[in-house]
Design a protein around this ligand. Sequence first.
Ligand SMILES: Nc1ncnc2c1ncn2[C@@H]1O[C@H](COP(=O)(O)OP(=O)(O)OP(=O)(O)O)[C@@H](O)[C@H]1O
Ligand SMILES: [Mg+2]
Length: 303
Amino acid sequence: MLPQTIDETAELLSATDYVCSRPLATVTFLALKLGRPLFLEGEAGVGKTEIAKALATALGRRLIRLQCYEGLDAASAVYEWNYAAQMIEIRLAEAGGAGSADRAALARDLFSERFLTARPLLEAMRPQEGGAPVLLIDELDRTDEPFEAFLLEALSDFQVTIPELGTVTAPEPPIVVLTSNRTREVHDALKRRCLYHWVDYPDFETELAILRARAPEAQEALSREVVGFVQRLRTEDLFKKPGIAETIDWAKALMALDSLALSPQVISDTLGALLKYQDDIMRIQGSEAARILSEVQREAAAG
Ligand SMILES: Nc1ncnc2c1ncn2[C@@H]1O[C@H](COP(=O)(O)OP(=O)(O)OP(=O)(O)O)[C@@H](O)[C@H]1O
Ligand SMILES: [Mg+2]
């Protein structure tokens, strides 16, 4: 059953260790309630993809993922005919000396379910055990405008026509989550169909809650220092700011090294878990890390 309130939505997600801010819980609840696609934009590693996975797990639905990339076309997103298998079938029929009646049957057979390879969009429109699936259309900004236009149509009527077979209509519309890193603007027409939410970096308490959920073995004092440091780091002028994924990775790296507290040396040794560009590492390493750490510790002491 779908959650009936915003609180229920947040609880459902937190049961799968996904920590949801109130605005995100609200827009998710509304997307489910109104049956509208959820469009999530935000920086890398802030939990856009993860929420679709968490929703599927929490609702007991199948997760179907369409990973977008440059050059993705409708055929790779909906269905393809298995050309190799069709060729083999033809060769076998030829070798067996097929008569004219066989040939007619073969021609029909070649475009049947047996030779159809369903891709994510078609898969999402087929009946599923446990109810409509969660369809994750991930990193939409990587595709081009023609694909977006195609998607707009597919998402408006949730049906796909295969000329040789007929029309497949979803018995119940899938729960759609679209994500974008905003490397380009997605077209207004598509956005208009969706409920939009910008997923921001979490505040201190939320990130701490995420760390508690995702790295429960980390000690509270270390977790607080880690989150404090990352939050401060995000205010620096960096080429690529660390996401939540990096916070979790860093805490795990520190634990693997048996570090109980941060020190400038420990930070320098493990910065690669947090920053992924040499320029950023060079900037922060050494005295800059020590300065940020002392600020974080001073703030923590002040309460
Ligand atoms: N709200 C959250 N609650 C719990 N874990 C989270 C949350 N947000 C992010 N995470 C953790 O951070 C990791 C990265 O999140 P995710 O892959 O969803 O980021 P993303 O926004 O899709 O990033 P990208 O744009 O790079 O694809 C997740 O695997 C999860 O462990
Ligand atoms: Mg993602």
